[in-house]
Design a protein around this ligand. Sequence first.
Ligand code: ZN
Length: 325
Amino acid sequence: MSKNQLSSYIDSLRSLRKNLQEKDKHVKSQPAHAVNDYIEKLENDNRAINVKRGIRAKCEMGWRLCILPLGYFTRGSGNGRDVIIDELRAPYIRQMFEMSANGKSGRHIRSWLEDNTVTTRKEKHISLSMIYKILKNPYYYGKFEFPKDSGQWYEGSHEPLITKDLFDIVQEQLKVPMKSKWGAKEFPYKRFMTCYSCGSTIVCEERKKKYKNGTVGVFMYYHCSRQVDYDCKEPFGRERDIVNGLIKHCNNLITDIEALEPDLRIAIDKFTKIIRATSDSYREEDAIGAYIKYVVQDGTLFEETQLIRNLNLKLALHNRESIRV
Ligand SMILES: [Zn+2]
């Protein structure tokens, strides 16, 4: 029913009510009451429809109704209002998307924001959940949905901070779990290592070997997933050889300690102090190398994952070893 139809319908009901009331002046008329309730309901619905219409019209003009995402401000008030970029925070928001697209974790981004004292508009720390909310918000490339989960998308009238392409890459990144599971063993190198021959991802498999004396040895094998080349001939590598390949480079895997995520810097610093306490002659580069060696050989999965994501490292499985590419 259109707005005009609804109004004339309500008017005709009103005259019906009047008729009923006049016929039954001395008795409390049930029909008149029922019609009265019905009129009130319709009038309420009509108001709700008008409010919704107003909201939709605003959305179609590119307005987003509720709190603006971080990186934007509202300027002015009433109908003269518009959305402008928060020049202080917008560059950080942009870089957050870049970092996420490059595989940096939410925690890494949080530490980086803290280092740069980037806060919310209320000067609070930006929480991990807020970081993920930002990274998943299409508003930054120019679109918004209203109401939430309605499937109704609108083109914002604001200036986007990022491109849709960058946004899409980030959404893919967010789908990849930080720790992949292969059999019983987690495999920290997976996201950083590809097959040298065909470029496929690498998978890790656990194999058991029975010795004559009855004991069982467990070996980890890394091999090409053959997603790209079904017949790829790249031989598998053993975990031990992969780790040895990394150790060979460990003295020059980290060149700029300032660029590391703060928690890793703290861990290396602590490790350096331990070395300093036990040996008089040491060089700082050697301490970093020793830390890498310790982590890839004996570190926990957490330490390994944290280290590897900071190495800016691209590895390839080639001739049973890991090589840098
Ligand atoms: Zn391959």
